[in-house]
Structures are given as structure tokens and as C-alpha cells.
Design a protein around this ligand. Structure first.
Ligand code: GLN
Ligand code: ZN
Length: 762
């Protein structure tokens, strides 16, 4: 038998984001449930047919979801919190969407990032006394749906152990082991029904096997798969692992009695040899993840073939299949829809549909399929063209990178000395007030931007409009009594795209959408080449805003790590190198802002925490280069120039030393929802610089009362000295409306003034 071609999951949204639009119409009451179901069925059919025609032997089923596959599993197993008041029996769409999005009566489940991707999953809650039962047969239904179309599929299930590890008990009386024991019979039932329906194989996703697992988690794995192995007849399991290497969980994975194993050989090519040499391999079927499911580049097929040949030499062809590294959920749909991309750069790229062709071609290549040769040669030519393209490699960037030294990543003096220079330059009161950067992006702002982009108004009128908005925003802040102002970010669509569009080395797709959560998609910028800044990016707006006020106006930039993290990045050099290039570009902007008379500059780094590698052993290296990139970007200024940074809600305990090492003069963080508890980490390490813990939640239109703000500030003062404390909201005000912003900031400033009097001279 020949090497097979497989896939682990396909994008759900559709080529033109049909699912997004159908969902949003349904939520708005413009589409019936039947019409939504029909739209979904149509997409599934198209996607199965597309994969089948591409040559994928058993395309995945149950990879489709109306919102999220973890939520699907929670719903199927009846893990529905009591607040949704859903009685037993089949779970309806209204309960399902209420869990995802909240309803009048009940708040939604939390969402969090799916491993180190920008996809968010809905976090299952495990409550005391929860009655688990099989409340949906979605995996079976979708298997049968494909079968009726004449397409045999391999259903995908999130594995029971990853499911319990990704969910969270809401009370200490509930353990994950209990939940596992309760759901295992339901998995058995589901698997039996899949088998009865005709499924030969089932893909069981256990991505948690690529994490550091404690002995308890390992025990959960043994228990779960031990129990499942005892039931018959069951389909054969392909245990899918991805986003990293199995590492020290390899013995565990191979002891689980599954019939197949998928390995991510893009993230962790080194594990192939270890796996092939392992005694526990026996007659396991191996799915080799050779095509990057998380990026937009063409695969170097000759390199991938070498891995495939290595595996063939060890186990022969019958037990092998070529596959993407992970589900293609994280890749855009189809490169063929891109008509405006630079043709040369486009030639280096592959989206989900093209990635399937690559998988099939890889298999055909090693199967000595005569027709494959031409395509493989074309691939080799394109890979070589990319490798040497002058579009990518800029000598000037290389030279600058080589000239970076440690001094460049260090401020001239320690914060204690800088503090005095800055006090002279800024003469701010105690507990200075400020905001995080953006002010309401009204429908009018968005309309004008769209008109400008669509060529309906010229640059001059657009810029005049932006100047008026900015001027109004400055007046508004002066009236509100804020101490450090911002220009308002009206010219920005998105905090990464705005910079990417002005930097060299980036391209933008028209349709390169990937699901972020629910119906929300993002279209990340694509970094294809050496990054540099041809000309100033924000100076014009900062200078204009500063010219309107005697108070300091903060320059507003996005940091190198966040730009990297929220883009598709090149795969031909380490992320750390790309990050350093971006850092130099931002550094240029920082020094230009300073030269233009801007005395306070904020460099946002909300994505530093989420960039942490999955394995702790990889953390130090990441933190080293990411902190360094921030320091390189921020250290080109004089002591008297004040550098701020901002991070959204993060668990800071793990990385507090790195936050200290960033050495920003002021950091603002989201704190109000955790009632200042986040500050404990800063207190524990005696954070030496200044902090603005957010005093109200900007995610809701609710206006905070003075007393609440006061309580939070007093709480902050229990762990911070008054010299350290800044007063600001949790995050940018972009999604809020002007009236509520006026009231909220008014209360914030009044409260700061009140407390300020109490601490003055202390
Ligand atoms: N300066 C940005 C803003 O205010 C920061 C956004 C963010 O933290 N994600 O909108
Ligand atoms: Zn934020």
C-alpha cells in the first residue's frame, strides 16, 4: 500500500466567510434556524467535496462548528452550567449560543486562547453536581451526512483528557478525575455509535500531550484510554498531537493502546527519529504533519520528503500518511481569491486549499507517481526563488542588525535617576491621570476611513477630518482634567495593521481571514521580508496633537513582540530575528517622536504573555529575546523622556521578572476585574518603576462610581507607594461611546484629585 494523504481539520467559515454572515444574521433575527442549518450543511458539503477532490482519503468530519469545537464537546456531554436552566434532552441552539455569548439571564462561559494560537475556545465549566449525559450526536450526524454524499470521513473528537484539562472546575469539591470518570461512558457511547454508523477511524485530538504534564494528568490519560480500550467494537483511534513535540510524554502516548499517532513535524521535526526508534511503536499508523497548518507559506516539499523517506525506511509505506501539522482551521481558506497580492510574494504562499494539494503531492512524490515530478520541480524552483529573493533580503537591515549592541538596549540611567529628569520635564502631580490611547471610534470615523480607502474622498479631506477629531479629543481631555493626554488614534484601523502598512517587509491579503472566536475573524498582516521603516509613521499626528496643548501628549506605538505575535511571520528565519528587525523600526520611530518634542511615549505590548512557548523549558529563551526587543525599541531616548508600556489582562505571576526587566518607566495594566489582585505580583518583587493599574473595566458601557474607583485606588496604595501610582482605565476606549467616556473619566479624575490631596507631601 502507498503512503496516504490526510487532513486533520478544515477552516469552517467558508471561502467568503459565509458562516460568519449566516451566524450574525441568525443572531439578529434575520435568518431562521432552518436557514442557518442549511447554510452550514452547504458549507460542510463544499468542504468535504473540495478535500475529496484534492485527493484526501478520509477527510475529517465534525471539525465544523457553529462556534467552537470545545463548546461542542461540552454541549454534547451535557456540561451545561445550572445558570442556563437547560433541562435534559437534546441541547438546542439557544442554550448553545447562550453558553457562548451570554443571554439576558446568564453570563457566557469564559473564552481563552487555544494553546499558542489566536483562536479562542470556550472554557467548559465543571460544577458540583453537574449531570453529564449525551445531549448531542453531532459527530455521528455529521459522519452520516458526509456518508450520504458518498464521502467516507474520519470524525474528529476532542479527546476526553484534553477536554477535562482545558475546562475548569468551578469549585474545589469537583476534581478533574471525577469529571473524566463521568464523561468516559459518554465517549464510549459516542464511539460505539460512530462505529455502528461505519466509521473505521476516529481522530482523537489530545493536544495537551504537547504540554508539560504532571503525574496526575498522566494518570488521567492512562485511566481514560485504559477504559476506552476495553470496549468493543470501537473505531480505530488516531491520536492527534500538535503545536509541539511529545517530548517526555512520548512513552505515555505510546502506552495508550491507540492504533495511530499524528505528530507535528513542522514545530518539532526532531521528534520523528525518536518516535521511529521507540520500542512501543509496534504496528502503529503514523500521520506525519509536514505542511504548516498555521502559516501561509508554501512547503519546501523536498525537505518534507526527506522526513517522509526517513519514516518509510523505518516502517515502510503502508502505515504512513502525509498531513498538515495541525488542523487547517488556523490557515486562511484559498490563495486563489487573492487578486491584489504582489505576484512574486504570492508565488511563495499557500492557504488551506493549496496546503491540501501539497499534502497530496508529497504522498504522490514518495509513491513514485510519475505525474508528480513536474509539480515537485516547480515547488523546488519557487522555494529557491524565495530563498535568494532581493525582495526579502535587505543588506541595510542585515548591517543594522549586526551592529546592535548591549548598550543600545539599555537606558542611560536607572529609573531612580530618570524619574527625576522626567519630573523636571513633565511637572506632573502625584497620582497622574491618563488613558491607554484610543478614544471612541464612532461610526463616522469608520465611515470616513472606508471612504478614504475606497477612493471616495481624497487624502487632504480625510486628514482634515482626522485633525478635527484629534483636536476635539484634546479639548475633551483638557476639560476632563487629565494630566497626560493622547491623540486618540482616530487614524488607526487596528494597532498592528496600522504599523504593518507603513513598514517594509509586510503584505496584506484581501481574504486571508482566520477564525478568532465565534463569528469573529482576523486578517493578520503577513511579514514576508526584512522589516524596516522607510519614513516616520506616527510623528505627524503626535506633533499635531502636542501643538494643541500645553500638557504632555503621549506618543502611541505598538511594540515589536505584539506586531510579531499578531502577524503571519516568515518561516525562513527565527522569530527572534524578525522581532529584532521590528524593534529597530520602532526604535527609529521612538527617537523621531522624541526629536519632535514628544516627552512621553507609550509602546503597547499586550501580546507578550500570550507569546510564551507551550513548554516551560522554552520560556527563558523567549523571554530573553522578547524583553530585549522591547528594550531595543525603547532605549534610544534621553533619561527625561518617559517610556510607558501597556498590557491587557494577563496572569503576571509567571513573568513578573521579565516585566521588571523591560524597564519601562510606567506600565499600565488591566486590573479592575481582578480587584487589584494582579498587583500582588508587583508587590512581591518590589516593582521599582511606576504602575497604572486600570481602575475601571472598559469592556462594558457601565460608568464606574467615585466610591468604587476610590476603593480600588486605596487598595492599590496598600501595596504601591504614592510615587509609583498612576490612574487610568483598564484599556483603550475605542469600543465605548463618548457620553459614557465623559462620565467615567470625570469620575476617575475627581477621585484621583481627592486621593492626591490625602497623599500629597506624604
Ligand atoms: N493603545 C491601544 C488602545 O488604546 C492599546 C490597545 C490594547 O491594549 N490592545 O486602543
Ligand atoms: Zn489593553
Amino acid at each position: 500500500m502507498a503512503v496516504g494523504a490526510a487532513n486533520l481539520g478544515f477552516p469552517r467559515m467558508g471561502k467568503r466567510r459565509e458562516l460568519k454572515f449566516a451566524l450574525e444574521k441568525y443572531w439578529n433575527g434575520e435568518l431562521t434556524e432552518d436557514a442557518l442549518a442549511a447554510a452550514a450543511r452547504d458549507l460542510r458539503r463544499q468542504h468535504w467535496q473540495l478535500q475529496s477532490e484534492a485527493g484526501i482519503a478520509l477527510p475529517p468530519s465534525n471539525d465544523f462548528s457553529f462556534y467552537d469545537h470545545v463548546l461542542d464537546m461540552a454541549a454534547a456531554l451535557g456540561a451545561v452550567p445550572a445558570r442556563f436552566k437547560s433541562s435534559d434532552g437534546p441541547i438546542g441552539l439557544s442554550t448553545y449560543f447562550a453558553m457562548a455569548r451570554g443571554s439576558q439571564a446568564a453570563t457566557a462561559l469564559e473564552m481563552t486562547k487555544w494553546f499558542d494560537t489566536n483562536y479562542h475556545y470556550v472554557v467548559p465549566e465543571f460544577e458540583p453536581g453537574m449531570r453529564f449525559s449525551l445531549r448531542s450526536a453531532k459527530p455521528v450526524d455529521e459522519y452520516l451526512e458526509a456518508k450520504a454524499l458518498g464521502i467516507a470521513t474520519r470524525p474528529v473528537l476532542l479527546g476526553p483528557v484534553s477536554f477535562v484539562l482545558l475546562g475548569k472546575p468551578t469549585d474545589a469539591s469537583v476534581t478533574r478525575a471525577q469529571v473524566l470518570r463521568a464523561i468516559l461512558p459518554l465517549y464510549e457511547e459516542l464511539l460505539r455509535r460512530l462505529s455502528a454508523a461505519g466509521a473505521e477511524w476516529v481522530q482523537i485530538d489530545e493536544p495537551c500531550l504537547c504540554l508539560d504534564l504532571d503525574s496526575q494528568a498522566a494518570e488521567l490519560y492512562r485511566e481514560a484510554y485504559g477504559a476506552l480500550a476495553r470496549v468493543a467494537p470501537l473505531p480505530k483511534f488516531l491520536l492527534a498531537t500538535y503545536f509541539g513535540e511529545l517530548g517526555d510524554n512520548l512513552d505515555l502516548a505510546l502506552s495508550l493502546g491507540v492504533r495511530g499517532l499524528h505528530l507535528d513535524l513542522v514545530r518539532a521535526p526532531g521528534q520523528l527519529d525518536t518516535v521511529l526508534r521507540h520500542k512501543g511503536l509496534s504496528d502503529l499508523r503514523l500521520s506525519l504533519g509536514l505542511v504548516d497548518g498555521r502559516n501561509v507559506w508554501r512547503t519546501d516539499l523536498s525537505k518534507a520528503s526527506v522526513l517522509l523517506e526517513t519514516a518509510i525506511a523505518a516502517v515502510g509505506t503502508d502505515r504512513l500518511e502525509a498531513a498538515p501539522s495541525c488542523s487547517l482551521l488556523h490557515a486562511p481558506f484559498d490563495l486563489d481569491t487573492e487578486t491584489k497580492l504582489d505576484p512574486e510574494v504570492r508565488g511563495w504562499m499557500a492557504f488551506a486549499k493549496q496546503k491540501l494539494d501539497e499534502v497530496v503531492l508529497l504522498a504522490r512524490g514518495v509513491n513514485q507517481d510519475a505525474g508528480a515530478q513536474d509539480a515537485l520541480e516547480r515547488n523546488a524552483k519557487l522555494i529557491e526563488a524565495r530563498r535568494i529573493s532581493p525582495r526579502i533580503h535587505k543588506q541595510e537591515v542585515e548591517r543594522r542588525l549586526a551592529a546592535v549592541n548591549a548598550t543600545m538596549a539599555r537606558r542611560q540611567s536607572p529609573h531612580s535617576a530618570r524619574r527625576e529628569r522626567q519630573a523636571e520635564a513633565l511637572s506632573l502631580p502625584a497620582l497622574p491621570t491618563t488613558t491607554i490611547g484610543s478614544f471612541p471610534q464612532t461610526a463616522e470615523v469608520r465611515k470616513m476611513r472606508a471612504a478614504f480607502r475606497g477612493g471616495k474622498i481624497d487624502r487632504q479631506s480625510y486628514e482634515r477630518f482626522l485633525e478635527e477629531e484629534t483636536a476635539r479629543c484634546i479639548r475633551f481631555q483638557e476639560e476632563a482634567g487629565l494630566d497626560v493626554l493622547v491623540h486618540g488614534e482616530f487614524e488607526r484601523n487596528d494597532m498592528v495593521e496600522y504599523f504593518g502598512e507603513q513598514l517594509e517587509g509586510f503584505v496584506f491579503s484581501e481574504n486571508g481571514w482566520v477564525q478568532s472566536y465565534g463569528s469573529r475573524c482576523v486578517k493578520p498582516p503577513i511579514i514576508y521580508g526584512d522589516v524596516f521603516r522607510p519614513r516616520p509613521m506616527t510623528v505627524r499626528w503626535a506633533r499635531y496633537a502636542q501643538s494643541l496643548s500645553g500638557r504632555p501628549v503621549k506618543g502611541m506605538l505598538t511594540g515589536p513582540v505584539t506586531i510579531l505575535q499578531w502577524s503571519f511571520v516568515r518561516d525562513d528565519q527565527p522569530r527572534s530575528v524578525t522581532c529584532r528587525q521590528i524593534a529597530l523600526a520602532i526604535r527609529d520611530e521612538v527617537t523621531d517622536l522624541e526629536a519632535a518634542g514628544i516627552r512621553v511615549i507609550q509602546i503597547d505590548e499586550p501580546a507578550i504573555r500570550e507569546g510564551l512557548p507551550l513548554r516551560r523549558s522554552d520560556w527563558p529563551e523567549y523571554l530573553e529575546w522578547s524583553v530585549n526587543a522591547f528594550r531595543l525599541a525603547s532605549s534610544g531616548v534621553a533619561d527625561g523622556t518617559q517610556i510607558h508600556t501597556h498590557m491587557c489582562y494577563s496572569e503576571f505571576n509567571d513573568i513578573i521578572d521579565s516585566i521588571v526587566a523591560m524597564d519601562a518607566d510606567v506600565i499600565s495594566i488591566e486590573c479592575s476585574r481582578s480587584r487589584m489582585e494582579l498587583l500582588d505580583a508587583f508587590h512581591r518583587v518590589r516593582y521599582p518603576n511606576e504602575i497604572g493599574p486600570g481602575v475601571y473595566d472598559i469592556h462594558s458601557p457601565r460608568v464606574p462610581e467615585n466610591a468604587e474607583i476610590e476603593t480600588l485606588l486605596r487598595k492599590a496604595l496598600e501595596v504601591l507607594s504614592p510615587e509609583q501610582l498612576w490612574v487610568n482605565p483598564d484599556c483603550g476606549l475605542k469600543t465605548r461611546g463618548w457620553p459614557e467616556v465623559r462620565d467615567a473619566l470625570g469620575n476617575m479624575v475627581a477621585t484621583a484629585k481627592k486621593i492626591r490631596e490625602g497623599v500629597a507631601g506624604s
